[in-house]
Design a protein around this ligand. Structure first.
Ligand SMILES: Nc1nc2c(ncn2[C@@H]2O[C@H](COP(=O)(O)OP(=O)(O)OP(=O)(O)O)[C@@H](O)[C@H]2O)c(=O)[nH]1
Ligand SMILES: [Mg+2]
Length: 253
């Protein structure tokens, strides 16, 4: 019998470009909610378990509740195209710590295009940061446009990188047709309280059965070279195509 959404944990994905603060945001959520909710974390890294180790050492959660998936390839594959390893990791965690309220799943840092499959997560946060430039929000893409929440992170750095946060947030809202945008800094308690409230609202909607997982949509077609000695692969699964034309690790997304 299929699991009812209201009886299993809320699975919340965190995606966004490299270094925008996904792991830190997970640490912030754990810090804000681990007293009242039973939490678990899955991280996806391409080659290492760096993110899981960072989160364990942050001391925000029992280290046993933080598990790493090493994707070994294009990071979006494991969160969108072939989600088996992630689903098994989530289900193992849910079984070992039954019951969990929320499982947070961090994607490998990618470019603007990676999104989670709605078969893996119930909802997803897409994270940008001010250091990536004030105009990033205008560039769009499925995560920016249609994730359940867009976070504009590290607002404390805005004065140093010449970004006007209200303008960046307004651009992001426009790119999302008015969808939710949160300006966040881990040093700004009010913004952390908003993030906490958003997660609790989502959890309540999930439990009541009113929350319907949305698919932000597929990533754009892209190409990347693998280190497989020059074999040429082209794989199209309806979502996107891969091409591996050579041994150098160039990416053209
Ligand atoms: N000033 C400031 N720095 C932050 C904030 N959040 C995260 N950082 C810093 O940004 C850097 C990247 O943060 P991470 O949380 O590792 O980013 P990430 O998106 O998980 O990175 P990858 O997993 O490598 O893609 C670290 O040096 C963090 O300390 C913030 O709110 N303000
Ligand atoms: Mg990380």
């Amino acid at each position: 019998m299929p699991e009812s959404n209201s009886t299993r944990s809320l699975r919340l994905g965190i995606a966004g470009p490299v270094g925008t603060g996904k792991s830190s945001l997970i640490a912030t959520i754990c810090r804000a909610l681990s007293d009242e909710l039973r939490l678990g974390v899955i991280t996806n890294d391409i080659y290492t378990d760096e993110d899981a180790r960072f989160l364990r050492s942050a001391g925000v959660l029992d280290p046993e509740r933080i598990r790493a998936v090493e994707t070994g390839a294009c990071p979006h594959t494991a969160i969108r195209d072939d989600i088996t390893v992630n689903l098994l990791a989530v289900e193992d965690l849910e079984r070992d710590f039954a019951l969990l309220d929320v499982v947070l799943i961090e994607s490998g840092g990618d470019n603007l295009t990676a999104t989670f499959s709605p078969a893996l997560v119930d909802a997803q946060i897409f994270v940008l940061d001010v250091a990536g430039g004030g105009d990033v929000a205008r560039k769009g893409g499925p995560g920016i446009a249609r994730a359940d929440l867009l976070v504009v992170n590290k607002t404390d750095l805005a004065p140093y990188v010449g970004v006007d946060v209200p303008t960046m947030v307004a651009d992001a809202r426009a790119a999302r047709d008015g969808g939710e945008v949160l300006a966040l800094s881990r040093t700004d308690a009010a913004s952390v309280a908003e993030l906490r409230a958003w997660v609790l609202r989502l959890l309540a909607a999930h439990r009541s059965g009113f929350h319907v997982p949305q698919d932000p949509g597929p990533m754009a077609p892209h190409f990347h070279a693998d280190d497989d000695g020059g074999a040429l692969h082209a794989h199209a699964d309806g979502d996107h195509e891969h091409s591996h034309p050579g041994a150098d690790r160039t990416h053209a997304h």
